[in-house]
Structure formats: C-alpha cells, structure tokens
Write a protein of this length. Sequence first.
Lengths: 334, 281, 273
Amino acid sequence: MDITNAIVAEGIVKVFKKKARRKHIIGPKIGKDELVYAVNKVDMKVRKGELFGLLGPNGAGKTTLVKCLSALLLPNEGTAVINGHDIVEDPIAARESIGITTGGERTLYWKLSGRDNLRYFAALYGLSSDEANQRIDYLMKIMGLLDKQYERIEKYSTGMRQKVSICRALIHDPPVLLLDEPTLGLDPSFSRFIRLFIKKDLNEKQGKTILLTTHYMDEADQLCDRIAIMNQGKIVAVDTPENLKKSIPHDEVLEVKCLGHADFEGIGQRVYSQSEDGVQVHRIHSENVEEIMSEVIKAADSAKILSMNVTKPTLEDVFIHLTGTRLTGEFNEE
Amino acid sequence: MLPSTNRFKRYLRAMNAENVKEWKIELTYRADFIRGMLEPLIFVFPYVLFAVALMGGRTSSVLEGLTGVSDGVTYTIIGYIFMGFLNTAVWGMGFALRKEQWYGTLESIFVAPVPRWVYVMGMASHSIAHQSIILFFQVAVVYVLFGLLLNVQGILPVLIFVALMLISLMGLGLMISGLALMFKEGWIISEVFYSLITIVTPIAYPLAVLPPLLQKLSKAMPTTYAITGIRHFLIAENMEFTLWSAYSRLIIIGVCWVVTGLLMFHIVDRKVRREGTLAEY
Amino acid sequence: MRNDLFLIKEEIKKNIKILLCYPVEIMFWAIFPVLWVIPFIFQGEALVGGVTSSEFGKLAGTDQFIPFVLIGAIISTYLFSSLYGMGGSIRMESYWGTLEYILGSPARKISILMGKALSESISSTLFVATQMVICIFGFGLTLTVGKILPILLVMLLLVAGLYGMAIALAGVTLQIKESRSLVHTIEYLFYLFSPIRYPVGIHPMIAAVSVLIPLTYALVAIRGIWLLNQSVSVLWQYVAILALLDVVFITFGYSIFYFMEKKVRKSGVVAQY
C-alpha cells in the first residue's frame, strides 16, 4: 500500500460516444459518429496532505476525471487508488475516504432544510444520530449557517447552498476531498471565504488531501501546492505554481491594451493577442521589457494605447505557452 | 476519519435515512400528501360500479359457479385494494432513483459508500409503510360504504401472503429501478410493468376466465397466488392450489425476482457509470 | 396577427420535436390505454359469462359493454394525454429554466398557450388514431364511414372545452409547480363521475355530478352515433350543452391563467422550480 500518496491515477481513459445529429428529423446526418476522449491516459499522484490543483478550461476533462476518481464513472481503461483502495475493485471502500463537491445548481433536496439534508447524507456515510448532530453543529457553525439551518434549501442563496455542499463533503471527516470548481458562480466575498477555508482550515490545519479543480488561474495560484494543467483530456504539465511560471522561457511580460489594430510581430520573444470587448490585449514576452518599450510604442502606429503594464508570467501565460489557447478562450499567437 | 461502523449497521442507517427523507419531502407537499391519501380511497369505486352495472346488483350466479363466491362487489374490491402493493413496487420503488435524477441528487447519493440496492430498499420501506396506511383507510371506507363481510380468522394467512408477495415485488422494484435509470422515459417502464402485470393477474376475476396462454403467464406472477390466496381466506373463494403450494411458489418466485432484480440493477449501474449518463434526466 | 401565427407555428414545432425525442412515450400513449380495457373484458366474463349484459343494456342503451368501454378509453385518452401534456409542458419549461424568458417576452400569452394546446391536440390525435386502429382490428369494434364526420365534430367541441381546462391547468402549474398530481385528481374524478366505463345512471350521485362534466355529453353523443345509431333529433341536446360548457370552461380557463400569471409575477415564484 502506497503510504505517501493519497490519490494515484494510472492511465485513466474515459471515452464517450458522440452521435452525429440530423438537421431535420428524417434528414441525413451531419458529420459522423465520433469517440470523444474526455480523459486521455491521465497519470497523476497526489501526496497525502497536499492541496493539488487541476487547472484547465471548460471541457478540458477535469470534472470527468473527478467523477472517475470518485467511482461515479467507470473509466474505459486505467484505474485509481484512493487512500489505498482501488476505485474499480472496491469502490465502496474508496468512497468512504472521499468527500466530494460537484458542480450544478441542484445537488441538494430543495424541499428539505439545510440540517435535514446533512442529516440524511450523514446517515449515508454511516454516522449515528448523535455523531451526525455533533458534526452538523460543528460544520454549520464554521460556515455561519446555524441561524439558517432549519430553512429549506430553496430559500438559500447560491453561496449558502455551496456552503452546505461543502459541509456535506466534510460530514464524515474524510481524509481526501475532491472539490470540483467549488467557487464557481459565487460572488467575490463568498469565493474568498471558501478559498481561505480550503487552504487554512482543511489543508493546513486538518491536513486533508485536496484535489481542487478550477479554471480560475488566481485560485490555483494562491491555493495549490502543485498544479496539473489539463487540456483536451490530457495533463500537459505538473509542478508547483512557481516552477510552472519559471518554465516560460521569458521573465517578463509587457501587457499592452489598445484600441484599433496594432501589429507587434517580431517584438520580444513571443506575442499573444486577444480581443476583449473591442479592446486589443497583447502580451509580449521578453527577457527585458524596458528594451522593447520604444519599439512597442512605435509599432502601435495609429492604434491608441490605453495602458501598458509590466507583469511576471502568470499561469495563464503558462497555459497559453503549453497549449496555445487561453484558459477562458482563444489567444492568437502572432 | 470518523470510525467506520459495521457495514450492516451502516446499511440499516442508510435505509432508515432514505425512508425518513422520503417522508419529510412528501410531507412538505401537504396538498399532494392529502390528495395521495384520499385518492386511493375512491380508486376502487369505478371498478365496483362497473361490476354493479354488469350484474344489475351485487351478486352474480356466474361468478358463484366459477369461484364459489356470489358477491361480485366484495370480490372486485379485494383484488383492487391489494393491487395497491403492486403500485408501491412499481412506482414507489421502481421510480425512486428516477426521482432522484429529477431532483438532481442522484450523483450525490451514489457517491456515498453504500450499495445502490440499499437506497431502493430504503424507498421500499417508505412505500410499504405508505401503502399500509392507505390500506387501512381503504378497508375502513369500503366496509362502511359497501358493507364488506370478511372472514377475520383468515387475517394471519392473508398477512403471510402479503409478506411473501412483497418479497417478489421488491425484486420487481429493483428491476424497474435499474431500467428506469437507463431509459429517458423512466415512468413508462413503471407503467408498462404495472399494465402487463395487471392484465395477467386475476384481479377481479378467477384464473379460469383467462385464455390458456395468459393463465400460464399468470402462474409466474406472485400477485396471482397472493390475490387468490387472500380471497380464499377472506371470502372463501375456491383455490386451485393448496396453501403450501401457493406459499412455496411465492417463495420461489420471490427469490428469482430478487436475484434477477439485483443482477439487472448491477448491470445497469455499470452501464450508466460507463456511459456517464447517471446525472442525466 | 402574422406574428402570432408564426409564434403558434414555432411553439407547435418545438413541442412536437421534443415529443419525437421520446418515441417510447409515443408508443406507450398510442397502445396502452386500450390494453387497460382487457381486465374489464375478463371481469365481464367472470360476472356475466360473456360479452353482453342485459342489465348493463338497461342503463347504457346497449348490452355490449366492451365497445362501450373501448370508446370510453379512446375518448378519455384524448382528454387526459392533452391535460397531462399541457401541465407537463409548463412544468418542463420551468425545469429547463425557459419559463421566465417565455413569460418575460412581449409575445401574447394566448398565442403561446394556443401553440401548446394545438401541439397537444396533434399528438393526442395521433395516439387516438392508433388506438382506433387497434380497437377495430384487435377488438372487433366497427365504425362506418358515415359516422366519422359527426364523431369528429363532437370531438372538436370536446377539444374546445379541453383547451379551457388545459389553460386553467397551465395557470395553476405556474403557481403550484406540481401539475401532474392535479391532473391525476381530475382523472380520478372523471373516471368516477363520467360515463367512461359505466353509464352514469348507475347511481344518482354519479348522475348528478356528471352533468357538470363536458366529457359526459361528448361520450353520450359519440356512443349515440357510434353504437346506438341515434339521430340528430335525439343527440342535439347533448351537443348543445357541450357547446355551452365549452364557453364556460374556456372563459374560466383564461381567467385562471391570467390571474395566476399576475400572481406569480408579483410573488416572484416564476423562476422557482
């Protein structure tokens, strides 16, 4: 039994069949049936007590991978071992060690109160009535939900529901947590609270192993000990946030925002451009941006420069460097 | 991690939690709950009135010749009341997981370390309790309105028949539960099973009036033995099986249906997990 | 007006396309309501030893109870599949999250409801047509060509009243969300108080309540045409009462819908599922 790693994924493949659609009910098919490799030979090891991030855009395969690890989905190939239990051979034992939050608005019983929901799930994880009550009191206190505990979930805000989901994941005090986009759709203050809770309480204080999926670069950067970058079903890099950023060949990034078309090709080592609400955003990688500033101003020509900022490479840049696409859209390399 | 309790205890807790949860949710829809309790009380009336329209009264010499019972009204009522338990299996159990898909909570409960059949059993306990309460009121209402005369001494063997029938119906519930997960039109699976079983079960008529092929199919249904046996003990209907033959057939069918149900459920569970359609409604 | 017609057309197209995603459901509604009649045939065999009953004939005007019950099954399928479909349609819009957008649009609600009701009629007509074929070839029910038109005219009148009920149901669904159980209750009451399975003369209370139900007059008229070969002079009164009830139900239905829509807009429960 592996005593170092809490999660070990080996060669996980998950394939879905995508059927070709017809434009009209009796019309010909558009395109062909195809196989979609949602997760394509993923190997991954998460150490005990580590806060491990899985960073990738929508559709990268993060949720599918998490569902495979929690035995909700059967992988087509490969397997994973969670806390010493194989998810394919012994899914029930593996699930005993996992607490999970999945995305979606509707994962709780809306007609039951927060407390009743947690009591129910506590029973599913084998807690007695007293154990459940103690645990719920403790978790709801931390989450600031005690005064709302008897209200129905349908009356809760999105943030409160997410808090209840996290309570549910923690109800049986599992050593491993799979948190799938836990701050998705939450406002900044709730997000901040959840992130702090995950980092300080769950990971540092309680020593839980956490696999966190997100497409928010800042979240991954702030929270995670190590990050796996995932794109189109594959893990393209795994390392600490610092090392990932250092892996970009160029130290500095000059971010130029301008109105109108500007051609910065040939300046610096690499240029990535994108349009955001009519504003052109160019990220020019260079070893020394001071040297290229005058060139940039000259090359802007008739375009109006709105701002120029010198930044260090971010995980976004790492992602673009590795995959050619943005975490949240297409970034064109010039 | 919290100390893990003995698995059997954990499964019992999960079953009980499932039962309690279903009651709580049901009771939040007060109007529906009341309606759900009142409707079964009038459920048998159309069947009884149809029988009365045919007979021109309460009794039938044709029925007496076939079964030894002339009271067509009581004969009809007993069959349809006990068919309520089939309803329980098909809708209460069979549709339970589909309901969770509708709620959006199916994945949340499936990720817990409890086998799937435990949830279905939990839902079964809720459905059976529900149906038993309804049965009590149904019997009271029809007794007052139609003046049923039943042989009270037959209650114990009747209860045994009901208990044995319930075992088979749990197997049926498992089968339907699994199939309902697989098909988008889950409620239709329940309706189809319910309809087919009611067609071949001698609910308000003896086995002898069914065509030969349907009689053969009928003898594979636990509801056939249960309803015939119940009528035999309550209103002295002639029974073509001996008591022990009826009990043993019920036990055999029960075991077969439960095993089939578990197997089918296991196959479907793996299929939906492979295809990733668990959360889809 | 042109826009309304376009909207109705698109509403129908949308609902039919969605229905076609559920072929098993189509097959179910087309076949099973007729199979549910089979236990009645066996019950008849057990109680009267055959397929005719003189006692039944005294109340119903025909001693052939099987065609009586079959016609009741077909016509009631039309009614209930439309009612379930209408309530379900609103419910599904709520489930998908599209209901708010629909009610928030400048489109006339009446056009949306007409589109929904018409698409339910189209699908119900398909089901009923299939059932008629099964009844004719499977159960020996006979139907001469000359009777088809008068039966269709009575059906159209029933459909008009049905639209009123369906629209009221749509309004109630906006508020209570769970329409299926309400339709279930209506179904139970109709099975009890209208001549779907037996003549209403079986009990004075049944007869008294049945006069308020449009289905009663539709069934009496249709059976009169189909089974009893009754003439217009006998049946016109039932048709006239049916038409009058239609006006009442349609007015009532629209009033309910508009009242409920205003209510849910005020209370904000439109988006709640």
